[in-house]
Design a protein around this ligand. Structure first.
Ligand SMILES: *Cc1c(COP(=O)(O)O)cnc(C)c1O
Length: 463
């Protein structure tokens, strides 16, 4: 005789709490309309979690500059601080103090002449920081023009055509004309000579990029500054520089300490960097730092209550999580100068190792080697006609690697390349797996009679 138990199969099936999520009534959720009823948290967790499996694996995403690995202690601190609002300086004075300490540390790292009066703030990323830096340049130019009794309706900003899209946004949103220096031959970033030729009395500043997103190369801040000094001697025009150090602001100080790209160059008035790129924090945190208080016009600043006192803020948004700033402060204490030097040095060694191995593979030619940012671009040799960089990108995607292929802008629209960003968590061991897959895929592609893809079909390019 079978054992009889009050919770036999029939009864058990009715106990929703005991049922397995997958085999019980896992609901089909409405995707575009707010559901009428509530659903148990663990069921919804599983539904959302499962859908996200279709996203690419962040660690295999060699397209992004943004951090995809932090250690468990950072994870813990971030989880503990999700509930803090960065703007509530009065309620969370210690989070506010940590933000200011980060500003102090970065001002010193970037050789601000008067770091005791460090001027700067955290942002959601380099895009917001670029907006703030650009706004300060525009406001200063307007003030000077007004004082001279001259018109202020046609400001322009000079950059290389390789600038990140945040500068196109800045120009569009704030009615500033973009004057772009095109690429030429094998020059894929700003030419200081050409930049100065585009400057006139309406130029609010020149943006020089420390770490071009196209190929990882550094632009020449010092040379640009020298040519602007010369322009000033000839014409009286005094044009400031903003350095977009989104990536390079956290690379050059540690790996190229003698390279003068920062506030050591007097013409550099402001610098932005992404804490969530080589600052090694998860998205989104960025930093905007001014040379000194004079570089940031006071009428752009708003004041919020802080311990009964007033605290200055400069930001595009109001509420924002405090956890990324806490994580940045954690990283600064955790790594210190030596730790960042070690992390970035390792990334650069892996990048140059990878680029050298890819160069030796045969069909590829390097545009850069990963010896500035740990980022390099490479193309197919001209004689390779039966497959394209887009085919290489798509083939690697089959193994989960996301390596973007993209075409270059004016005057090198003929050039299509692949780009690899090496960052924390991408070890030499993982690099070897990528190389093995690339070799294997190239062997297959070499048998093609004609290309499969002649435009981007694989991973997107993070421009
Ligand atoms: C990534 C990047 C930006 C934009 O930065 P976010 O932090 O993603 O907003 C701007 N400029 C350069 C050079 C970049 O690499």
């Amino acid at each position: 005789m079978a054992l009889r138990h009050p919770r036999g199969p029939g009864e058990r099936g009715r106990d929703a709490a005991a049922a397995d999520i997958f085999t019980s009534e896992m609901p089909r959720v409405p995707r575009h309309e707010l559901p009428a009823h509530e659903t148990r948290a663990e069921v919804v967790y599983q539904i959302v979690h499962d859908e996200l499996m279709l996203d690419g694996n962040a660690r295999l995403n060699l397209a992004t500059f943004v951090s995809t690995h932090m250690d468990p202690w950072a994870d813990k601190l971030m989880a503990e601080t999700f509930d803090k609002n960065m703007i509530d300086k009065d309620e969370y004075p210690q989070t506010a103090a940590m933000e200011m300490r980060c500003v102090d540390m970065l001002s010193r790292l970037w050789h601000s002449p008067d770091a005791k009066k460090a001027t700067g703030c955290s942002t959601t990323g380099s895009s917001e920081a670029a907006m703030l830096g650009g706004l300060a340049l525009k406001r200063r130019w307007q003030k000077r023009r007004k004082a001279e009794g001259k018109p202020t309706d046609t400001p322009n900003l000079v950059t290389g055509i390789n600038v990140q899209v945040c500068w196109d946004k800045f120009a569009n949103y704030w009615d500033v004309e973009m004057r772009l220096v095109p690429m030429e031959g094998d020059r894929y970033h700003l030419s200081p000579e050409e930049a100065v030729k585009l400057c006139d009395e309406n130029t609010i500043g020149v943006v020089v990029v420390m770490g071009s997103t196209f190929d990882g190369s550094f632009e020449d801040v010092k040379k640009t500054s020298e040519l602007l000094d010369d322009l000033q001697k000839r014409t009286g025009l005094d044009i400031p520089i903003h350095v977009d150090g989104a990536s390079g602001g956290f690379i050059a100080p540690f790996l190229d300490p003698d390279l003068e790209w920062d506030f050591r160059v007097p013409r550099v008035q402001s610098i932005n960097a992404s804490g969530h790129k080589y600052g090694l924090v998860y998205p989104g945190v960025g930093w905007a730092i001014w040379r000194d208080a004079e570089a940031l016009p006071e009428d752009l600043i708003f004041w919020v209550n802080y311990l009964g006192d007033e605290m200055p803020t400069f930001a595009l948004n109001f509420s924002r999580p405090g956890s990324q700033v806490v994580a940045q402060y954690y990283n600064f204490l955790r790594f210190g100068f030596a730790g960042y030097e070690r992390e970035q040095g390792y990334a650069r060694r892996v990048a140059t190792y990878l680029s050298a191995a890819i160069e030796k593979m045969g069909p590829f030619e390097l545009l850069t080697r990963g010896d500035e940012l740990p980022v390099f671009a490479f193309k197919l040799k001209d004689e390779v006609r039966n497959f394209t960089v887009f085919d290489v990108s798509a083939a690697l995607r089959e193994r989960g690697w996301q390596v973007p292929a993209y075409t270059f802008p004016k005057n090198r629209e003929d050039l299509a390349a692949l780009r690899i960003v090496v960052r924390r968590g991408f070890s030499a061991d993982v690099a070897d797996m990528l190389l093995a897959d690339l070799r294997e895929k190239v062997k297959g592609l070499e048998k093609l009679k004609s290309p499969l893809y002649s435009a981007a079909g694989g991973a997107g390019f993070h421009h």
